[in-house]
Write a protein that binds this ligand. Structure first.
Ligand code: G3H
Ligand code: 13P
Ligand code: ZN
Length: 308
């Protein structure tokens, strides 16, 4: 069935592991992820961005996720990633999503609270849980200095006030991660002291880590070996993710690693089989690579194997 993350987060928090939230855009990505979760007997969040809804069209992703649930019998959380307005959150809630994110992180504090509260009220009336964001998680194009960056990290006192005043179910925090394949110019750094300060103020409350791809070197190298050009790519080291999961991070968001795995395998397959033109061949290879990559994350990074 489609489930909310309420109980899953509670167990994850107590067990010191995290649940992977994987972005989905098409059938092969969905199948690769759910097959991995099934084999690992792991809880799972599938998340859909506004861009994914635009690309695939809402009804397709909804039905594909329902098909995955029917096929595997797994409990799956269907989550809206980075909803920017009340309207898109409402549309997803009305569509049967079990979880939505309202991302008011670009707004001033009070406006973020007002918007988040409005979504929480509507969602809770419909049995849906809400994730919000406080602090700014960097994006691909953001090119900001360390000082500027510090100012965008989540303030622990504000986090407590935000959660109390909105009634939100989980909170995405900024402690140094960013979206995309270029997360760190120098050495990877996450502000674990800040995470602990936030946790002290919100004991037992589920926190979310965005921008948490590792940017696996094997896939970057394969992309480049077979005609790609991806340079200075750097992600969050696995041990940092393990540490975050063992503390209070209950949800770890992964999209970039799926994109890299898929692209690497399609490039490799086509380069090695130049006369092949059956999409099932190269998409099948990509699906298999996604499955193996997700199994590795579940087992060795998230720690969510056999937690169902
Ligand atoms: O946070 C961003 C996710 O990677 C989704 O990206 O908006 O291009 O679908 P997208
Ligand atoms: P990555 O770009 O690190 O995969 O992060 C994805 C994410 O945070 C989706 O919300
Ligand atoms: Zn994100």
């Amino acid at each position: 069935p489609l489930v909310t993350s309420k109980e899953l987060f509670k167990k994850a928090y107590e067990g010191g592991y995290a649940i992977g939230a994987f972005n989905v855009n098409n059938m092969e990505i969905i199948q690769g992820i759910v097959e991995a979760a099934k084999e690992e007997n792991s809880p799972l969040i599938l998340q859909v961005s506004a861009g994914a809804r635009k690309y695939a069209r809402p009804v397709y992703l909804k039905k594909l996720v329902e098909a995955a649930v029917e096929d595997t019998g797994l409990p799956v959380v269907l989550h809206l990633d980075h909803g920017e307005s009340f309207e898109i959150c409402k549309a997803c809630i009305d569509d049967g999503f079990t979880s939505v994110m309202i991302d008011g992180s670009k707004l001033p504090f009070e406006e973020n609270i007002t918007l988040t509260k409005k979504v929480v009220d509507y969602a809770h009336e419909h049995g849906v849980v809400v994730e919000a964001e406080l602090g700014r998680i960097g994006g691909v194009e953001d090119n900001i200095s360390v000082g500027e960056r510090e100012a965008t990290f989540t303030d622990p006192d504000q986090a407590l006030e935000f959660v109390e005043r909105t009634g939100v179910d989980s909170l995405a925090i900024a402690i140094g991660t960013s979206h995309g394949a270029y997360k760190f110019k120098g050495e990877p750094y996450l502000d674990f002291k800040r995470l602990e300060e936030i946790m002290k103020r919100l004991p037992g409350f589920p926190l979310v880590l965005h921008g948490a791809s590792t940017v696996l070197p094997e896939f970057v190298e394969a992309c480049n070996k077979y005609g790609g050009s991806i340079h200075s790519a750097k992600g969050v080291p696995e041990e940092m993710l393990r540490k975050a999961a063992s503390l209070g991070i209950c949800k770890i968001n992964i999209d970039t690693d799926l994109r890299l795995a898929m692209t690497a395998m399609i490039r490799k397959y086509l380069a090695e089989n130049p006369s092949e033109f059956d999409p099932r061949k190269y998409l099948g290879a990509a699906r298999e690579a996604i499955k193996e990559m997700v199994k590795h994350k579940i087992r060795n990074v998230l720690g969510s194997s056999n937690k169902l």
